[in-house]
Design a protein around this ligand. Structure first.
Ligand code: ZN
Length: 71
């Protein structure tokens, strides 16, 4: 059961992230597609990269990384 849905959907376009999507991470730890970025829908950007890179770099997202052998 996924209990933290907001982290795997873009709050702007509502699509689920793919591991290769280019995203920004803001200071509230919200992930937003780089193509969806707007100063009005995101706070200060603290990191950027692919969705997979952001998950890897930030420990609070490690629960969202697929376990080995599930993808
Ligand atoms: Zn989006």
């Amino acid at each position: 059961m996924q209990h933290d849905f907001d982290r795997i959907h873009c709050p702007h376009c509502r699509k689920m992230y793919r591991m290769s999507d280019l995203v920004y991470l803001d200071e509230n730890y919200t992930i937003v597609h780089q193509k969806c970025y707007s100063p009005y829908v995101i706070f200060m950007v603290i990191d950027r990269g692919t969705y997979r890179e952001i998950l890897d770099r930030h420990e609070s997202f490690h629960e969202l990384i697929p376990k080995k052998g599930t993808i």
